[in-house]
Design a protein around this ligand. Structure first.
Ligand SMILES: [Zn+2]
Length: 235
């Protein structure tokens, strides 16, 4: 079953996003809008899902569930403000082709389908949501990675700056290029960022990531960053 989040305009975070949008629209924007450029579409990718739960915390919290919850909140906030969105998945169930028998084959089929969806969406800007995990408990914080397509680095640096300033001021992690082993990020032909929202292996990060409030804050800051990035192309 798909969860539905109802966002009211008086929700403090929704109101904060509105104020950010109005402030951005009021700014003098020196960037020229390209006449032929399609309207940007926010493609929200909740990492993993279906047969692939992703990382698992010591208490059993699965990455796929945390990713999906943040993604659905981001979608609800974006739609509330009239921003066009596409989800690569909107539940924990993924329909695999009959030919995909093993878990490995299911993962490959799913990743191919996600790349196809993104690359067939004109104006796509991909925001992929993940959680980190490390053998030691001490690493913590948020880090944003970007793909090779132009624009990704700019969006990643905006998102990293906003997330650090608003959610974890002691965070020293910087936006960085994504490794070559992430199939989705490597194969999409649009600006793309992957956000590691925190470490499931760190008690502080895990406690935050399990709360509705922190998940909503992450969604709000990610939406604000997307708007900051796309403001030059909104007509
Ligand atoms: Zn992941």
């Amino acid at each position: 079953m798909r969860k539905v989040f109802h966002i009211k305009w008086w929700h403090p975070l929704a109101a904060a996003v509105l104020l950010a949008v109005l402030a951005l629209w009021a700014q003098d924007d020196a960037r020229e809008t390209e006449a032929a450029a399609p309207q940007p579409v926010l493609v929200i990718d909740a990492g993993h899902g279906g047969a692939d739960g992703g990382a698992v915390a010591a208490d059993g919290t699965t990455e796929s569930g945390v990713n999906l919850d943040i993604a659905l909140r981001l979608e609800a906030l974006a739609r509330f403000w009239g921003i066009q969105t596409v989800m690569t998945r909107d539940s924990e169930d993924i329909a695999y082709p009959d030919s995909a028998a093993s878990i490995a084959a299911k993962k490959v089929a799913d990743q191919h389908a996600r790349v196809g969806l993104v690359n067939n969406t004109p104006g796509a800007v991909l925001l992929s949501i993940h959680q980190n995990k490390y053998p030691a408990a001490s690493p913590h914080g948020i880090q944003v990675f970007y793909g090779k397509v132009s624009g990704g680095q700019e969006l990643a640096e905006m998102a990293q700056g906003n997330l650090t300033a608003l959610l974890c001021p002691d965070n020293r992690r910087l936006a960085a290029p994504i490794g070559q082993d992430i199939y989705l990020m490597k194969n999409v032909n649009c600006p793309a960022v992957l956000v590691e929202c925190g470490f499931l292996s760190n008690p502080g990060d895990l406690a935050n990531l399990k709360t509705d409030t922190y998940r909503m804050k992450l969604a709000a800051v990610l939406l604000g960053s997307y708007l900051q990035y796309t403001r030059g192309t909104i007509t």
